[in-house]
Design a protein around this ligand. Structure first.
Ligand code: WTA
Length: 668
């Protein structure tokens, strides 16, 4: 990792164009005056007061927030137990339920008949659920899960397209205290199997298929493949939603149809009072080493953080129609399609499709049609829209919009300005939100009524979050110097552990940087700098994680996938800057002796990675050579591969390279 850090620190002073533009970006946009007047955090002073209150007396700050924002079956006794760091316990002694907080508590108010969820399918079918309707659907599904023998503590895996049943299933799991593990529907059966085995899932919820780019894409066959040969013995039942009506295999005694089982259930199901620290969900994410990690989140702390951040950042009001374009298979879908919005009683929109050649204006049409007021998407999408020009969005009436957000990767100032002008009509503030699967919710972001924004900067940490940029010893670095982005204190939404691997949790997040004073600081892989105003500028990952279109992929996972092909003897994967996707994937491989490099083999290797992990992990380029650059101790020199991948000069010391002729061969 150090190698990459050095590269990134030196990048900050190189004449690399996008970095340069970030460094020179000095425009400042004041917060929206409308939001300042009407919003709940209406000035920088209010933000600063909250921030300082939280810093001075965190216990008081979090206690008051938890009592005010969540409903409790039993009050908690202790705000934070940090006696065994880094294993935190928040709101110990309390009992609550996330599904209750998202549904039941809204039924006594006008919200009961307000839309909770508006969903649009790719073919244009629309379904709407009021809070009351959603409540009954969730109760029925919870009862169906019980009928399948799923109980408190049993892990349920979801492998679904973006249909309402995905959100309903998540809420049903939370309702009965069965942690869920949502696996992105774009992952392969191999990736699904790994996650089912690691989590010892008891049941799987899936669909026959979903719609993508104007066609039906099957899902259930991947579940069948993952479960074949009794490879996941813990899985006892599979619940299948009928979406595409394609013919699929249904295994006797194991598989049941959602439309046969769920509607016949009772429409009431008591929410299970759950301990604050009960496991709520596991979500797998890529790290720099080994297999993806199962990030564990627990009930009360996660609920509070998703709730509060949603309320603060999106300045949510009663009549808002909020849309986040993420997939529920990622943390953004968990926190900001389902739990944050519903916990606040907001109307959340879910879309099965994506812009595609037949419908380039799909997003804008949805905004116009549903009167969307708040829109949250990824920089990679914005860059793609920019490329096809403003003539597409200009065809639609998007005057309903009042607030825009971005997440997932650094946004370049050009895209930020375009988003503001073309999509936001110059009047909508932008919230650039920095966070991670591990943090549960947003950590650094402007508050739209309070924070002046600078294009490309996620601005300031939220109240309660002590973020910093430090050197290897944990010392804060000077303004405008690059360093590691860290969090210095525990917060309620923090991940609790890596599923089944406490040691990995401790080592990869809390012991990577070791301050001399022995304090523990959280680091999850990003580099950043802070400017003289204290604004954070996130520069991207400094570990071996590649961020492709906002999706996290570990280079090691892709390497293992390549090496599992019988033609490959060794592989090294690096990222390279990509104007559209943020980062692209370049793989260097050496073939088994006797294997020839052919176009068809390269294609096969790409496809193979797609099958092992999922299409998003397919390398953009594969280069074959008879050796990889290594040190004398046999370590692959990735710094050199990164330079080669992006066509840059190889700078720095190459004297440790074992065989210098390798360089020449790889260059040619
Ligand atoms: C990156 C997604 C810059 C970062 C919520 C982080 C960002 C990783 C931003 C987490 C942002 C996310 N600016 N970089 N606003 N938001 N990232 O776990 O590298 O899928 O570590 O969570 O995305 O990705 P994850």
């Amino acid at each position: 990792m150090l190698e990459r850090t050095v590269l990134f620190l030196s990048m900050a002073s190189d004449s690399n164009s996008s970095i340069e533009s970030v460094l020179q970006e000095q425009r400042v946009f004041p917060p929206s005056s409308d939001i300042s007047k009407r919003g709940q955090i209406g000035s920088l002073e209010t933000y600063q007061r909250m921030f300082n209150d939280a810093k001075k007396d965190p216990e008081k700050f979090w206690r008051e927030a938890a009592l005010k924002e969540l409903s409790w079956f039993e009050p908690f006794k202790k705000v934070l137990d940090w006696s065994n760091p880094p294993f935190a316990r928040w709101f110990d002694g309390g009992k609550t339920n996330l599904s209750f907080n998202c549904l039941d508590r809204h039924l006594d108010s006008d919200k009961a008949d307000k839309y909770a969820l508006i969903w649009e399918g790719e073919p244009g079918d629309v379904r709407r659920f009021t809070y009351r309707e959603l409540y009954h659907e969730v109760c029925r599904t919870a009862n169906a899960l019980k009928a399948l023998g799923v109980g408190k503590g049993d892990l349920v895996a979801l492998y679904m397209p973006m249909i309402p049943e995905a959100a309903i299933a998540m809420l049903a799991c939370a309702r009965i205290g069965a942690p869920h593990s949502v696996v992105f529907g774009g992952f392969s059966s191999e990736a699904l199997r790994d996650r089912l085995v690691d989590g010892e899932a008891k049941a799987v919820i899936t669909a026959d298929g979903g719609y993508r780019k104007d066609k039906a894409v099957p899902l259930k066959p991947a579940v069948d493949a993952a479960l074949a040969d009794n490879s996941c013995p813990s899985v006892q039942s599979v619940l299948v939603v009928q979406r595409t009506k394609e013919k699929i295999h249904m295994e006797d005694g194991r598989d049941s149809w959602w439309h046969e089982l769920v509607p016949t259930q009772k429409r009431e199901c008591q929410a299970e009072p759950m301990d604050s620290e009960a496991r709520l969900f596991v979500l797998y994410t890529s790290g720099s080493t080994g297999k993806p990690k199962g990030v564990v989140h627990t009930t009360a702390g996660y609920n509070l953080w998703a709730h509060l951040t949603f309320q603060w950042i999106f300045d949510i009001r009663e009549d808002d129609v909020y849309w986040c374009t993420a997939d529920v298979g990622w943390i953004t879908g968990h926190s900001y399609i389902v739990y944050g919005p519903l916990s606040n009683g907001a109307t959340t929109v879910m879309y099965e499709g994506a812009p595609r050649p037949s419908k380039p204006g799909a997003f804008w049409e949805l905004i116009q049609k549903h009167g969307i007021t708040i829109f949250y998407t990824a920089p990679t999408a914005i860059r793609a829209f920019m490329k096809s020009g403003r003539s597409v969005p200009d065809k639609y009436d998007m005057t309903s919009l009042r607030l825009l957000g971005t997440v997932g990767e650094p946004i370049n100032p050009e895209a930020w300005i375009w988003y503001r002008e073309v999509i936001g009509g110059g009047r909508c503030p932008i919230v650039d939100t920095w966070w991670q699967t591990e943090t549960g919710g947003v950590m650094i972001s402007p508050l739209p009524g309070a924070t002046p924004t600078k294009p490309g900067s996620a601005t300031l940490p939220l109240p309660g979050i002590e973020a910093d940029v430090v050197d290897e010893k944990g010392h804060s670095v000077a303004p405008d110097e690059g360093g590691y982005l860290v969090i210095r204190r525990p917060w309620p939404g923090m991940m609790r552990t890596v599923h089944g691997n406490k040691q990995r949790f401790r080592e990869s997040y809390w012991e990577y940087l070791r301050p001399e004073d022995g304090s523990l600081i959280y680091f999850a892989g990003d580099g950043a700098r802070r400017d003289v105003d204290g604004y954070f500028w996130v520069m991207g990952r400094v570990d071996d994680v590649i961020n492709v279109s906002g999706h996290r992929l570990g280079t090691m996972e892709i390497e293992s996938a390549l090496v599992s092909h019988n033609a490959v003897s060794e592989a090294a994967v690096v990222g390279r800057q990509d104007d559209l996707k943020g980062e692209g994937i370049v793989a260097f491989v050496t073939l088994e002796s006797g294997r020839e490099v052919t176009e068809s083999l390269l294609k096969e290797l790409r496809e193979h990675v797609g099958e092992e992990i999922g299409p998003i992990a397919r390398p953009d380029e594969i280069r074959c050579s008879d050796a990889l650059p290594k040190t004398r101790s046999g370590k692959i020199m990735r710094r050199i591969l990164r330079a080669l991948a992006s066509g840059e000069e190889i700078s720095g010391d190459t004297s440790t390279l074992e065989d210098r002729s390798v360089l020449e061969k790889l260059r040619s």
